[in-house]
Write a protein that binds this ligand. Structure first.
Ligand SMILES: Nc1nc2c(ncn2[C@@H]2O[C@H](COP(=O)(O)OP(=O)(O)OP(=O)(O)O)[C@@H](O)[C@H]2O)c(=O)[nH]1
Ligand SMILES: [Mg+2]
Length: 330
């Protein structure tokens, strides 16, 4: 960005990048936030909210909020979603005071416990009524947890139902899809998943924060989401000679659980070098259209770098999903 004189161009401060928060709710959410931060997201504010004081203290993020000090004595909720919901309502103002000033708020939680599964839909709903764009990220428990633990199952079902009914962007990362890494140590498996999540978050932020020739900014993302029902995010990178493979890889490598309805939409952003041709763009768009069964609405943006590049990076917001994730697993 070039320098600007605040006297003659007082509007220049509006060109600052949006303020972003990543918020971990409960144990799994807070661990994921730590991984995201250690992988690096420039300028982001990291926040953890929990009912478990010991876990919160072990979380090395800058802002930590304990809920229910008197009621739960800092011991966590033990899966008690109703108790946490009550605490959330009582702490509504404090939570909104901390979260709502950010323009994009990623909210992360493992569903199944009481804390994350109660706070996540509650905060998404409350933040939707503000200027902030909340982006829920949920980790769905392993199938065996759902089969053997009715409390977990009920907590997952209740929060997913609420999130799906609200529509908007929902990133649902299914633990079951981590089975392909089953020979790795467990903590490492979650780190692999969190690295995948980091690549999605970084792609989305890069798309809205940095100007493009055909621009997709925060306002266009918000407008698109408003019209798109339940949506999710994909990203991928592939050699410029094989744009179809780029789309195929982005779809098949996804750890996100979703199924398309008959009425889909897509917002695409392609980031490539000075050698990226109109034909590459055209092939990506065609390929997306055929995978989505001819979407009702397709918006695309491109960023062409000044130097040539062998790869092209795709960020895609896919809308019109069929709520399915958990109901199928249950
Ligand atoms: N600890 C941990 N759990 C994960 C992770 N990913 C998914 N989970 C699942 O997340 C679910 C919720 O667990 P927690 O985060 O411990 O629950 P909580 O939100 O803290 O709720 P309470 O402890 O019941 O108050 C469980 O079903 C876990 O299997 C992860 O990276 N770490
Ligand atoms: Mg906990």
């Amino acid at each position: 960005m070039t320098n600007s004189d605040p006297e003659t161009e007082p509007w220049a401060s509006l060109a600052l990048t949006p303020s972003i928060a990543v918020v971990g709710l409960g144990g799994a959410g807070s661990e994921a936030v730590q991984d995201l931060v250690s992988l690096g997201i420039p300028g982001v504010r990291a926040i953890a909210v929990n009912t478990d004081a010991k876990h919160l203290l072990s979380t090395g993020v800058e802002e930590r909020i304990l809920l229910g000090r008197r009621e739960l004595h800092g011991h966590g909720s033990g899966g008690n979603r109703a108790a946490v919901l009550k605490l959330a309502t009582e702490s509504r103002e404090e939570l909104l005071r901390r979260l709502a000033p950010h323009e994009i708020v990623f909210l992360l939680a493992g569903l199944g416990g009481g804390t994350g599964s109660a706070l996540l839909p509650y905060l998404v709903r409350e933040l939707r009524a503000t200027e902030a764009l909340p982006i829920p990220v949920v980790f769905l428990p392993f199938q065996v947890e759902l089969e053997t633990n009715p409390t977990r199952r009920e907590n997952v079902a209740a929060s997913v139902d609420e999130l799906e009914a609200m529509g908007g962007l929902l990133l649902a990362l299914a633990n079951e899809k981590l089975r392909r890494f089953e020979s790795l140590p467990i903590r490492r498996v979650f780190q692999v998943r969190n690295a995948y999540l980091h690549s999605l978050v970084a792609s989305l932020l890069d798309m809205v924060e940095n100007p493009s020739q055909l621009n997709v900014d925060l306002a266009s993302l918000k407008n698109h989401l408003r019209e798109s029902g339940l949506s999710t995010l994909l990203s991928g990178e592939y050699h410029i000679s094989e744009p179809e493979r780029l789309v195929q890889e982005a779809l098949s490598a996804s750890m996100i659980d979703f199924e398309l309805s008959e009425r889909t939409s897509a917002l695409l952003h392609l980031d490539g070098g000075s050698n990226m041709t109109l034909r590459t763009l055209d092939r990506v768009v065609r390929s997306v259209r055929s995978h989505l069964g001819d979407p009702e609405r397709l918006v695309f943006g491109t960023r062409v770098r000044s130097e040539p590049r062998e790869v092209v990076h795709l960020t895609a917001v896919i809308g019109g999903l069929r709520p399915r994730t958990v109901r199928d697993v249950l």
